[in-house]
Design a protein around this ligand. Structure first.
Ligand SMILES: *[C@@H]1O[C@H](CO)[C@@H](O)[C@H](O)[C@H]1NC(C)=O
Length: 407
């Protein structure tokens, strides 16, 4: 394809830039002294080893508030609700065998050639969302998640939802009857307007994200069997679709691929008060299998189908990205690390107090960045795709076209 040709042409020039940037980063990191840590609140385990040296910072010369601490985005993220008090592992283990829930809103034509805007997608974007997070869905629809042709590739989008737990609802029954009426109305209206809502009849809670994972894999295998690649992520990420497509262009969708922010040797958290507490009775091994951070990762069509059936053999585990790592392990498939996937965020105030994360030149070099508000997603998109583009220190994006994923 012509995507592939362009990629090769740009390869050499960009590689030089990449090496230059890597050198600058190394020098910079040494000057900084303290090793950057990456213990974001999303992190389910203690990370013993990251597979790559992750360049974390670029200096921005003309930012007036560069001395201020980077903004904390976590607060405005309506994450799936975590139940108050300690997690009920007994209940979880008891209910674990119930792992099939009906689909309440489907998009059966999403990937079919006979749909109105049909055709087999090159890239299916699947975004975990909760009913209340309408604004981020809108931002994603208007920006990195927009459907249609991007650099010649056909892109399609779905949002993955469970039944919202509203005040006064005691969970959902099989028909989602306990769903507060106005959420139900909203999701149906969104489905009619945008044809991108998938809603399943399980409670949309943090510990049910694993259910979301297996239901999505099953759905995509059934309704998008010929899709080339799937990007799956959170609604509070910014994805540089151009960079993602350039990375995917030389890849064969018939081969196994799962790439992202890979965590190796993470240890289960045994501290009861942690959101990620896992008792030894539930997981006895000292480390988790390698897994890709759930904020955003990409997989090939071949891996999608294999994962979908592998996950059926794996017992449910309450942390969704670790669960996926267990499915991968079953397939003896190692996830590929990519330094441009920043699913655990990029701002680390203590390591880099002067770091200004809201620099389009920085985002231009990445594929996935986690932890943005709806407004930030929209603004970053405008800055990157505006008529003049951002004015950056280096004229070419460092990542685009040249990134060596399998060095
Ligand atoms: C997951 O969803 C099911 C079905 O709605 C519900 O019964 C269960 O309590 C939920 N589990 C968790 C851990 O939230």
């Amino acid at each position: 394809t012509d995507m592939r040709r362009r990629l090769r042409l740009r390869g050499d020039a960009s590689l030089t830039l990449l090496l230059g940037a890597a050198l600058a980063l190394l020098l910079y990191a040494q000057r900084d002294g303290s090793a950057p840590t990456s213990s974001a609140p999303q992190e389910p385990g203690r990370v013993a080893r990251r597979p790559t040296l992750r360049p974390r910072m670029f200096q921005v010369p003309d930012v007036p508030d560069a001395g201020a601490a980077p903004p904390a985005y976590e607060e405005d993220t309506p994450a799936p609700p975590t139940p108050p008090g300690p997690f009920d592992f007994r209940g979880y283990l008891r209910a674990k065998d119930q792992r099939r829930f009906p689909l309440l809103i489907n998009q059966p034509h999403k990937c079919r050639g006979d749909g109105a805007r049909g055709g087999r997608p090159d890239l299916l974007i699947a975004v975990k969302s909760v009913a209340a997070d309408f604004e981020r869905r809108q931002a994603v629809r208007q920006t990195w998640g927009s459907e249609g042709r991007v650099q010649g590739a056909l892109v399609r989008r779905v949002f993955l939802l469970g039944v919202p737990r509203g005040p006064g609802t005691e969970g959902a029954d099989a028909e989602g009857a306990a769903m507060p009426a106005h959420w139900r109305a909203l999701l149906h209206a969104e489905s009619r307007a945008y044809a991108d809502i998938l809603l399943w009849a399980f409670d949309d809670t943090f510990f049910n994200l694993t259910l979301k994972e297996i239901h999505f894999l099953a759905w995509a295998s059934a309704f998008c069997p010929d899709v080339h690649f799937v990007f799956k992520g959170d609604a509070d990420v910014f994805v540089h679709i151009g960079n993602l497509l350039e990375f995917l262009a030389p890849r064969d969708p018939a081969q196994d691929l799962l790439a992202g922010d890979v965590i190796l040797q993470a240890r289960p958290i045994r501290v009861r008060s942690s959101k990620y507490y896992i008792p030894e009775a539930v997981y006895g091994l000292p480390v988790y299998p390698a897994y890709a951070g759930g904020g955003g990762f990409v997989l090939s069509g071949a891996t999608l189908r294999r994962l979908s059936s592998a996950c059926k053999q794996v017992e449910l585990f309450p942390i969704d990205d670790v669960f996926l790592g267990m499915c991968l392990q079953r397939l003896r498939l190692t996830p590929e690390p990519h330094p441009a996937f920043r699913t655990f965020g990029i701002s680390q105030p203590s390591a880099a107090p002067h770091l200004h994360t809201f620099d389009p030149c920085f985002y231009r070099e990445l594929v996935v960045v986690h932890g943005l508000s709806a407004a930030d997603i929209w603004l970053m998109w405008r800055l990157l795709h505006g008529p003049y583009g951002p004015v950056c220190a280096h004229p070419q994006p460092v990542v685009a076209g040249s990134f060596q994923w399998d060095s």
